[in-house]
Design a protein around this ligand. Sequence first.
Ligand SMILES: [Ca+2]
Ligand SMILES: [Ca+2]
Ligand SMILES: [Ca+2]
Ligand SMILES: [Ca+2]
Length: 258
Amino acid sequence: MRTAIVLFVFLLLSVALLPARNTNYESGVVVLKLRAENSFTKSSTGFADLDQRLRSFGLQEINPRFASRAKSDLNRILKVRIDPKFDALGVCNSLFGHPDLEYIEPLYIDEVLEAPDDTHYAASLNFASLQAEAAWDIHKCEDNPVIIAIVDTGVSWKHPDLAHNIWNNLGEDANGNGYTMYHNGTAWVMDPGDLNGIDDDGNGKIDDLIGWNFIADIYGTENNDPADPGTHGTRVSGLAGARTNNGIGAASLSWNPY
Ligand SMILES: [Ca+2]
Ligand SMILES: [Ca+2]
Ligand SMILES: [Ca+2]
Ligand SMILES: [Ca+2]
């Protein structure tokens, strides 16, 4: 009988949380959408009460927000210039809920969002649905690192897009040099000085320097090498914590500057 082989591995990576975002908008301008279509002019929305309220904020000029389109709701969206001494967001808050309006908002200034240069980024469509680029403009895991545990088929922990972010179990750092894996000039390896055959951190696993292989199907016994015989665990690890904007491989949601 064909048996699917699955390795369960803990892989731990550093990521960070996102703070709130500041917004920028033009002064002296608000954008509003009329509740119903109406004939407007440079000085009037066509709704008397709304005009009166706008005049109290120094109404200067009314223009369509977009080029006129036949039978389009876009024709109800107007760009209204007011006295710039009034804060545009404050004006919007004051007019919020007006019965002649569907909505009103400041004219937010468009910003170019940062996209990483990783070779596989364009094929990673999930980032767009998560609005990752907008999030990265705010935060790229510059601080507050956290640890992620991944239980999957393993991880190609020597991969250049992942090796820098693999969790090092300092409870097993027997030689006390501050790491349990490193690049020896040729390849990423577990620190030989930490492979002492002792369960230094007392968790029941001997020399678990970077994770653990909990399934013996491939190696005969459980062991301390969380290598990935497939690809799934490595892909998941990459989405969580691959080095981002380094011109190779995948991008990760956590970006991560390490
Ligand atoms: Ca060490
Ligand atoms: Ca241990
Ligand atoms: Ca040890
Ligand atoms: Ca990358």
